[in-house]
Design a protein around this ligand. Structure first.
Ligand code: PHE
Length: 444
């Protein structure tokens, strides 16, 4: 034992015990190495991994694409252009302030030309091709009713700034609006006609038969006016773009109503009003938000003097927030005062932005859930809260039209008409004036 083999002079020869010892040594060493690894290296690795986790992936700086569509051309192009301007202004303000969590907004714009069919087509292009994460659209109720199902099936939240027909948000849980709905708008004007300076006991209505907005507003006005004790003595209809209304107007004139309700859009209203005055019809004309467009005065001139409309806001409201908005809008758009469409789209864009910030994501379902949570959002057009049907609960204003001006009359809170049996508890909000103070505005 212990002798070395002459053939293998360079290889040591070990006894079994020596070999066993030899074998044990590496185990001991590896254990020590392992212990060192566990005690020193692994904690270092773990810390560096945690650091990597804390730093997270690089922040998403891609633009957030939001779709807009409306009637930028066609018979009521003022509506679409104003809403687009309002949405762009809100996006520009947030972009200048650093964007949404560092991401800039990019508004992809489409013209539906005032056609419901085209609105349905462009919403598909915006959602499927441009992959917008939300839509600020559409304008007229007819367009929103046609386009809404496509936004719903694409699961892209759509906020209509101004479609007041109740059926619009009934399309599905991805459809919201920034405005009040027509049962309220109809009630507001019926109550004003019956109770206010007008003291109207009878009314005639002339409606745009193909417009869901006009048809339903007719029904809601009639329902409320009758409930207050008034009577609708004549109803006549027309179709958008008609040029001769004399037949309907003479039958209305023969019925001798105290007021004439025209729940239509400004282009037709201008022609109807002019023909009515030429025919010697002197009764006050009443309307809704469909009259509110800078172009109305250019088309209708003096014929609409003494008319009253229900609307979403008054540009004369002295509240600092409204006056800042009016000032900024005028600076951007050639001194044009913002109409209701512009103010509503501005509000819609801003509460969408807030919902994206709250959600921390642009994923459709989560964004939808956050939009539904909108409460007490302080908008230009009032304090906005979403009800369970995704309709904005908010006040309306009555404006008198006189010599190119929209003269503020009063603000009507939703609870003032929703619960007529109760004494009206709502104090006049700071941003609305009491009846009788009448600042004026000139638009155009
Ligand atoms: N409310 C009208 C509709 O639903 C459209 C409209 C809104 C027109 C605001 C003017 C201003 O069709």
């Amino acid at each position: 034992m212990g002798s070395k083999s002459p053939l293998l002079p360079f290889y040591p020869v070990y006894t079994r015990d020596q070999l066993n010892q030899k074998r044990r040594k590496p185990r001991l060493i590896s254990k020590i190495v392992l212990l060192i690894l566990a005690g020193v290296v692994l904690p270092i690795l773990a810390v560096s991994c945690t650091r990597q986790q804390q730093a997270g992936p690089p922040p998403d700086r891609s633009t957030i694409k939001i779709g807009y569509f409306g009637d930028l051309s066609g018979p009521t192009f003022n509506f679409g252009q104003s809403a687009r301007n309002g949405a762009l202004l809100a996006a520009e303000e947030i972009n200048q302030a650093g964007g949404i969590n560092g991401r800039q907004i990019d508004i992809v714009i489409e013209d539906d030309e005032g056609s419901p069919e085209r609105a349905a087509t462009v919403v598909n292009k915006l959602t499927r091709q441009d992959k917008v994460i939300a839509l600020i659209a559409g304008g007229a109720s007819g367009s929103s009713l046609a386009a809404g199902p496509n936004a719903q099936s694409a699961k892209v939240p759509m906020i209509s700034p101004s479609s007041t027909n109740p059926a619009v948000t009934q399309i599905g849980d991805y459809i919201f609006r920034a405005c009040f709905i027509d049962p309220f708008q109809g009630e507001v004007m019926a109550k004003f006609a019956y109770d206010s300076v007008l003291q109207a006991k009878t009314a005639a209505i002339m409606l745009d038969f193909n417009s869901p907005y006009s048809r339903d507003l007719t029904d809601f006005f009639e329902l409320s006016f009758t409930k207050h004790g008034g009577r609708v003595v004549k109803k006549e209809s027309y179709t958008q773009g008609d040029s001769d209304f004399k037949g309907q107007l003479s039958s209305i004139s023969a019925a001798g109503p105290d007021v004439i309700y025209l729940p239509g859009y400004y282009g037709d209203i201008a022609v109807i009003a002019k023909q009515a005055r030429l025919m010697g019809i002197t009764q006050p004309l009443l309307g809704g938000d469909g009259w509110d467009a800078p172009e109305l005065w250019q088309l209708a001139g003096d014929s609409i003097n003494g008319s009253y409309i229900s609307n979403h806001y008054s540009a004369d409201d002295p509240s600092p927030a409204i006056q800042t908005f009016v000032h900024n809008y005028k600076q951007h758009y050639g001194n044009l005062a913002p109409d209701a469409h512009a103010a509503l789209a501005y509000d819609a864009m801003r509460f969408l932005i807030e919902a994206i910030q709250r959600a921390g994501t642009t994923e459709g379902k989560k964004l939808r859930d956050e939009l539904a949570q909108t409460r007490n959002f302080s908008g230009i057009t009032g304090i906005i809260s979403m009800d369970p049907q995704r309709n904005a609960v908010k006040p309306a204003v009555i404006l008198k039209l006189q010599d190119g001006m929209y003269i503020y009359q009063e603000t009507i809170q939703p609870d003032a008409v929703a619960a007529p049996a109760k004494p009206s508890p709502s104090p006049t909000p700071s941003k609305s004036r009491k009846k009788g103070t009448k600042p004026v505005s000139k638009r155009g």
